[in-house]
Design a protein around this ligand. Sequence first.
Ligand SMILES: Cc1ncc(C[n+]2csc(CCO)c2C)c(N)n1
Length: 233
Amino acid sequence: MSFTRELRQQADRIFQAIYDHPFVRGIADGTLKKEQLIHYVKQDFEYLNAFMRIYGIAISKSRTREEIEMFNEQINFVLHSEVHPHNNFCRVAGVTYEELQGFPLAPSAHHYIRHMLTVAHEGSLGEIVSALLPCPWTYIEIGQRLLEEVKPDESHPFYDWIDFYGGGMSDLTERFCRYVDDWAEHVTEAERLRMREHFLLSCQLEYMFWDMAFREEEWPVAMDLGSEAMGRN
Ligand SMILES: Cc1ncc(C[n+]2csc(CCO)c2C)c(N)n1
């Protein structure tokens, strides 16, 4: 069995828990509250900014033009395509995308971003792609399963979201899997173990991210950065 097949099996309970999570159920039946959608988009906008920076670090560690091209393509994808599912959530919530940008990170989004940044700074390219892989892999499975389960038509409030992730992420997931499998063949057992740990922790943090949005998670004690922090973007 390939290394990434093994990873997928090890993460099976987390993938299932993500699919069963009330936020994902709320996408399926269109029952999410406006505040939950807004919290998700505010946090995910910052998450995607961090994701692009991590691709930048991966480019700085790249040895071949193929690697640079792979990461560069993904920066463009996040910049220009990932805005569509966000716009779907904003439309349903009745707000503009611009008014949800520049907010501080909630605890679980902070945790997930710091995990990826730590691996990006300290790890090999194989470790970095292992930590990033649950991002497309969990979303494509959610999208594909929702397409099958809900069979949404254009009258469904989250038709665009489901169609976006169910329709088009398989190339990226396969490409990342091939990269991780090739890498895993040529490294030590200790590095393979780190790749496994990074992958599984990112799967857990994908779950936490949905849970954060559903619960509208905030810091237990509100942080006051003072008036100078207002409008820093
Ligand atoms: C928390 C969180 N996890 C995954 C995605 C989905 N996603 C984000 S970037 C990307 C492609 C990267 O090249 C994909 C599939 C998201 N939006 N938010």
